[in-house]
Each structure stands twice: as structure tokens, then as C-alpha cells.
Design a protein around this ligand. Structure first.
Ligand SMILES: [Fe+2]
Length: 340
């Protein structure tokens, strides 16, 4: 049975309003490119009410023509067609894939220095003022750098240009990808209680219709350093328990989550500094409180479509010559990046 037939069986009058609001908002976005809160909320409602089926169908109906595959080496080395197929198969079953190769040590230490010297917000404490914090005397479970600082960092610009990550997103979406945004989170040892604001309780992301995240561990992440956890296969339509989706877009405790999945579905993602993981964070996932050291994680998000949450463009004021040329040459991939 086709995906859409499965969805139609689930369709009820109750969700017609959300369908109309989303479909009209999605069409309007193609013209005005403006955030539409009602359409975005309808997208979230439909995700929960149809167990993901509606968004998968919306994605399949709105794919973009793909560019030809680029087999250049990336920062993690060279990848053949069979490697891409393997990664894509794992993403389509488990939802996450951990690369064998690591990001080079120089880039990792540059990014740690950059994070330590940058202004951040203390998540859940002061979400609007960026300032220099001392991570040795923390006041929050996590800190976030500003997107402007991240996009103007030369190492991050290099990562954005990486052809391998772009191929993986292209293959997974079966549509030409767009670079969405970078995130860098610093999580020192603070409270052992999981923080909702710092995404340390189970949730799924839902900024876009279809997306992928690249996670780069910039510090060693072992059991004690706040590893990322996910529930294998829970990104697939129909694979979340109705009882949990009925709560809407909310955080779920470990006890409630593990009532529905067996222990073998829960994956703990540890790795040395430089480890790279790609994942579909439609999967139930969470970080965890850091019990030792300080965790640094860089994230790069790729999307199949810019419709969704209210995410501002990445404004680049300090591009390398190479990045500037890349943005001008790859207009579609860089449509959420603006050179000024
Ligand atoms: Fe998340």
C-alpha cells in the first residue's frame, strides 16, 4: 500500500482545517517566503495527528530536481556511490549514522577556541543577551553561540561547503538540499537534572517538513559527558505511539518513553572529539546532563524546503573568498544564506 493511501485511511474531518491551513500556507510560502505561524502550527498538528504520514506526503509532492552527484572528497575523506547507498539505507531504517572517519584535530581545536572566546546565551536563564560566560562557573546546563558568529567562522564555512554532507542530504531527501543553519552548544557540568530548555528530555524536532542534522562532537563524549540518545526507527511515519503524540509537541520523560520501546531501541551516541554523526531528528532524541567535563557539539542542519519555523536567514559579513564564490555559484543550496 502506498504511503498516501495509508494516510487517507487515517484522515478524518477533525484534521481538514489543519490540512487547508497548511496547504494554503505552503503554497503562499512559495511566493512570499514569509513565516506563517498558523500554517506552521497546522504542520505540527498534522505531524502528531497523522503520526508523520502527512509531512512525508507533503515532502514527496514538493521535491526539487536534484543536481548531479559530486564525488569530490570531503572533510571526512572519499565516499563512493556504494558508501552513500549504505548511509542512506541506515538513515532510512535507524534514523542515525555515525561516520568512521573523524573531523581533523586542527579544525576541532579551532572550533573549541572559537566557542570559548565567543559570546553565548545561557539557555533557560537569559535567552536574549549574548555575553562572555565562564564555563568553569556555569549558571546553566547549556550555552548557545549566535548564528551570526557561527556563519562567519571560516571552519564552519568550510564544513558548509563539504560535498559529502550535501550528497548525503540530497540522497536522503531525494531532492536538492538547502543548507539551513548552524548551531554550537556548550554544555558544562551544572545540574544533574535534565533540562527541558537544553533539550535533555525526549522530544522530536519539527522546524521543517524534511531535514537532516550533522552533529560534530568537538570534545570527547563518553557516558559521563552528556551523550546524545535516540530511539532507533522512531523517525519513520507510523512509528511513534499515539499516546505520546496525543500530548502534542511536548517533552517526554524517560519513564514514559521507555513504556513504549524496548531497551534495544534506545541508542547512546558516544564518541571521541571529532566524531561526526548524521541524523534525522524526527526520531525521539535528547541530550543528557553532563556529569564530567564540558561537552561541545556543533550541528549543521540541511533541509529539503525552507517552509516551516520562523528561522531567519544566515547573514554572512565575513566570508572567505572561497565561501563567497561558493554561495554565488550554489544559489539553491545557499538560499538561506545572504552575503552582505
Ligand atoms: Fe532536538
Amino acid at each position: 500500500m502506498k504511503l498516501i493511501d495509508l494516510f487517507r485511511r487515517k484522515k478524518s474531518k477533525e484534521i481538514d482545517v489543519d490540512i487547508n491551513t497548511l496547504e494554503q500556507g505552503f503554497e503562499r510560502f512559495k511566493i512570499d517566503k514569509k513565516y506563517n505561524e498558523q500554517a506552521f502550527f497546522s504542520m505540527i498538528n498534522l505531524y502528531c495527528k497523522t503520526n508523520g504520514f502527512y509531512l512525508e506526503d507533503l515532502h514527496l509532492r514538493n521535491k526539487f530536481n536534484k543536481n548531479t552527484f559530486n564525488y569530490e572528497d570531503g572533510l571526512l575523506g572519499s565516499f563512493k556511490k556504494s558508501d552513500y547507498n549504505h548511509i542512506n539505507t541506515i538513515l532510512n531504517t535507524d534514523g542515525y549514522y555515525k561516520f568512521h572517519n573523524k573531523l581533523n584535530k586542527n579544525t576541532v581545536s579551532n572550533l573549541i577556541d572559537f566557542a570559548n572566546k565567543s559570546e553565548t546565551i545561557a539557555v533557560g536563564i537569559d535567552n536574549s543577551n549574548y555575553r562572555i560566560y565562564d564555563f568553569n562557573n556555569p549558571i546553566s546546563n547549556s550555552y548557545l553561540l549566535s548564528r551570526n558568529d557561527l556563519i562567519n567562522n571560516f571552519d564552519i564555512q568550510k564544513l558548509i561547503m563539504d560535498p559529502v554532507f550535501r550528497n548525503i542530504a540530497r540522497e536522503y531527501f531525494d531532492s536538492e538540499p538547502i543548507f539551513d543553519f548552524p548551531v554550537l552548544m556548550v554544555s558544562p557540568m551544572f545540574s544533574i537534572h535534565p533540562s527541558d530548555a537544553s533539550a535533555q528530555t525526549f522530544h522530536f524536532d519539527l522546524d521543517r517538513v524534511k531535514w537532516l542534522k550533522i552533529f560534530v562532537y568537538l570534545s570527547d563524549v563518553n557516558k559521563e559527558n552528556g551523550p546524545h540518545y535516540y530511539i532507533k526507527g522512531s523517525h519513520l511515519p507510523g512509528n511513534k505511539p499515539k499516546e505520546l503524540l496525543d500530548r502534542g509537541y511536548s517533552r517526554i520523560s524517560d519513564i514514559d518513553m521507555m513504556n513504549f520501546y524496548d531497551d534495544s531501541s534506545l541508542v547512546e551516541v558516544t564518541g571521541e572529539a571529532g566524531s561526526v554523526i548524521v541524523g534525522d531528528t524526527k526520531c525521539w532524541h535528547k541530550g543528557s546532563p553532563v556529569k564530567e567535563g564540558c561537552r561541545y557539539v556543533l550541528q549543521l542542519q540541511y533541509t529539503a524546503n525552507l517552509f516551516g519555523g520562523d528561522i531567519k536567514k544566515n547573514i554572512v559579513t565575513n566570508p572567505t573568498e572561497e565561501f563567497s564564490q561558493f554561495v554565488n555559484k550554489n544559489k539553491f543550496f545557499c538560499s538561506n544564506i545572504q552575503l552582505v
